[in-house]
Design a protein. Sequence first.
Length: 463
Amino acid sequence: MSQTPYLPEPSYLHRALSTLGSAPDPDTLLKGLASTLYHINRQQPIALYRLHDAKALHLTYYLSPAGQQAAPHALRLITSLASLSTLGLDYRDIQGEFGIWGYVAYPTPDTHEQTQWLTLFIDLASQRLRLLKAANATERRIRLRRRRRSILKDMQHTCSIEHLVQRHGQSWCRIFQAVGIALYYQEELACFGQCPPERQLLAAITSLAAPLDDTEAIELDGECAGGIAVSVHVADAQPAWLMLFRRRHAVPLLPELSCPHTPVGYWLASEINSLAELADDLTSVITAIEIANLNQQLVATNQWLETLAHKDALTQCWNRYYTELVLDSIDPTHTTMALILFDIDDFKRINDTHGHAVGDDVLRDLVGVVERVLRQGDHLGRWGGEEFMILARELDHEGTLQFANRVRLAVANVRFAVAAPVSISMGATLLHAHESPRQWLERADQGLYLAKQAGKNRCVLCP
């Protein structure tokens, strides 16, 4: 007995035409299409298949009286049009922006009128899908261009890929309608949003092939299904990997159909092209980060080298090399300056009695005591062994003696790491114009000699 020809009410068909023609996004459009075809074709099952780059089909949506998740196993195993035909199903293609997007499969309609209505709605959905995809691509390019300006503006403040991803990840996810983004570079992984666990991400990165061409990408599988990886080329370095993730399809890929690096239709060609543009932007940013890091390392190295060149390794005051450079640069015609040489009395006995390690502690502690007495603009340098030099500004004869004695008494009043008191003897002189540093040193050294001869623990000025 034949079935009575069936079509929904005209009012339903008109509403469906209006709804599909104004669908705001591809997901709403395709679900609306499946629902409409389901009602036109006597509530027979409707299956939507996505055609991916390997020319194989993947079931992405299924609608039947049993509900969306009740797709028969046979339908889920279908990967080709020939397989659809063997099940006795009719099908029509859905045209996207770059050729066939996929296919709608359904049982053969009862009447020619039903077939015409099915064809009309599928063609309308194809037109709307192309329009939506084109609009999305245009909007994506505009938003990427805006984000590029923001990235370039912030480039000098971007210090790491973690900072980069956290700052721009939300915008990138919105642009590409993704739920998560990850960036991997030189064993550093930065994530934003809903990404697979780090262990799975690292496993996916390890399995990726050699760096891709600028226009190629790899859709991820397994636990990272819904993701796509694009290589970011950085000069003279291992490639960085940009990965974006979308929610999985309502009907997941069966285990027996999965294979490494086989895309399943989560990403369109236009989106991949936009991802390649983003990868180019990231190349510039990562290169800038590398340059900034190298500059920081260079500054730190230069500071370390400068410290080695200027500072005494044991006491951290000026070393002799730098002290001599300063002496050679002094012009006493514009300011009065005093040069004071001093050394530790009987320092050899400290070393012989307590050992050189204790002697080194005394030298370090001595420098700390003297530096606390120095005024702003005064400088202390180690001249050699236990002998030190002070260069003090704006001092006359009387001021030089007062200052030197403050230093001497500060040392005498400190308890060092030895039982016996520690004292210093000092020789001082004023710097005169038209004299050489050698002459200044000779007078200060003469004062130090006289202080030793007079009994130590004193200062002698040789003006």
